[in-house]
Design a protein around this ligand. Sequence first.
Ligand code: GLN
Length: 292
Amino acid sequence: MTATATDKTWTIESLVKWATDDFRTRGIENPRLDAEVIVAWALGIDRVRIIIDGKRPLMGEELARLRDLVKRRRAREPVAYLRGEREFYGRRFVVDKRVLVPRPDTETLVEVAMARTAHRSMSLRALDLCTGSGCVAITIARQRPTVQIHATDVSPDALAVARENAQRLGAYNVSFSAGDLFAAKVPWPKLELITANPPYIASADFETLMPDVRDFEPRLALDGGPDGLALVQRIVAEAPAHLAAGGVLALEIGAGQAAATAALLAARGFRDVTTTRDYGKVERVVSGAWED
Ligand code: GLN
């Protein structure tokens, strides 16, 4: 953008239009939505005000801030990182490059975990592996204030974000520790629920991801080894040692991985192995119950 004193006066409307066109020519997926979200956030206004106040001129300082944000988005930085937050299950989570941006698909993991443990929700002790921003653990904790949840991640940087989210969202029934899957210190020997959204992208597919993901989100949170299932395999193998009788394991997996994952759970001795589709109808969550 070349917004100088000699330029035409920029208004909210013209800025949104300019950013939309710019994003579109660069192949960004939802150019108008991104432009509106960025402008509304930068100006501290609701998105509907963009239409209502479309003719309002922008001040120099607002323009400077918007110019910086548009430049970052143009370089494909995710909107969630620009805003520093992302909504998940109706709550706002703080996010930055230390954690994967929470996806709507992952709400399916929350739904499955809660549905499969509904009958024992009062005294539930749960573990959330690969917690990242903490969105899964914190959402379950807030939806079910009587459960106790421990959340772990191999990345201490990610855990710092998750802790901040737990505090901001008042999830006092979540505790945290760092470590590689079950090597992390968990306060209870037996659990009624284990959830995980592990990295599951096959290493060879990493380069084909959208630049927004590939160039900005943590590779550690995405790369699941040669077939994408390295972490899934380890979790399925090790989970039974930590599950109480009837305890549930629920895993988010990638498109095309459901059959292989369900087979892993069945072979390990899990019962009632079920696959659940996300909002986009993709098989997204595989879950099973452990019977000793
Ligand atoms: N759903 C993410 C993506 O499509 C991947 C998340 C993960 O590996 N757990 O980029």
